[in-house]
Design a binder for this molecule. Structure first.
Ligand code: ZN
Ligand code: ZN
Length: 252
């Protein structure tokens, strides 16, 4: 029987599975307290505050399964200089969900690729490995629960990899934090609720501006018109800078 759930989403997946629970498509319920839950895919136990209406919990690792294999090789081959264009290419891959912690690794990786393709120093493969390992440790839901959007953390990861920052690096330590704070300010100005596409694009644009100011590496940024509105239950419509008709698209 054909119903609304039969409409294919990106990559030919059922629409609800693209935007809701990875297993059954039901909406996720976000709870007040994180409790130990068993991942319905791998069986590992982890603390989680999100569970679907059918009781499924999918751990971070399973949500981003195979992340390193599916987009790192294409980034390494790419000569694209525009990080927003790279972001759209990666987000269009069938493994990337409407929302999900995979965005937290994708943001730094597309930024590092654009950095490299615009003449920035460093070994891209090594930098991408570092960004991937940091990005996949940032869980989902941090935007609502921690006040730190994972995409903004992803921009901070980009900057921590570039500057060699770590918790004891006196010189580099404030730089990623400054970028993350700028990203968060921008996200708060645009408003909520969550959208991993909108926040990723805004953080990438903010990081590109920051890179031009601090490192004199200028990344071209094209206009982006969103194609995910119908798949996002929480889309803010014309209030989103990337809403294609009536929205401002990407402002300068
Ligand atoms: Zn489910
Ligand atoms: Zn799992």
């Amino acid at each position: 029987m054909a119903g609304c759930c039969e409409i294919p989403g990106r990559g030919g997946r059922k629409k609800d599975v693209f935007s809701g629970c990875m297993l059954c498509g039901k909406a996720l319920r976000y709870e007040l307290i994180a409790v130990p839950r068993r991942c319905a895919v791998c069986g590992e136990e982890a603390l989680s505050d999100a569970v679907c209406e059918n009781g499924h919990f999918v751990c971070n690792a399973c949500h981003a399964a195979g992340l390193d294999q599916f987009f790192i090789p294409s980034l390494l081959r790419s000569e694209e200089k525009d990080p927003l264009a790279l972001l759209e290419q990666v987000m269009a891959l069938p493994q990337v969900h409407m929302h999900g912690p995979e965005h937290h690794a994708i943001v730094p990786c597309v930024l590092l690729t654009a950095w490299h393709n615009n003449g920035g120093a460093g070994d891209l493969k090594t930098m991408l490995s570092a960004a991937l390992s940091r990005g996949r440790q940032v869980p989902g839901g941090t935007c609502g629960y921690w006040g730190v959007c994972g995409a903004a953390a992803g921009a901070g990861i980009y900057m921590s990899v570039l500057t060699g920052s770590n918790p004891v690096n006196r010189e580099a330590w404030p730089i990623p934090m400054e970028l993350t704070s700028r990203c968060l300010k921008r996200l708060a100005e645009v408003g909520g609720p969550r959208c991993c596409k909108r926040t990723s694009r805004l953080c990438v644009a903010e990081a590109a501006a920051f890179t031009a100011e601090r490192f004199a590496i200028s990344m071209p940024l094209g206009k982006t018109a969103c194609g995910y509105m119908s798949e996002n239950r929480e889309c803010i419509g014309v209030k989103c800078p990337f809403f294609p008709h009536g929205g401002k698209e990407r402002e300068a």
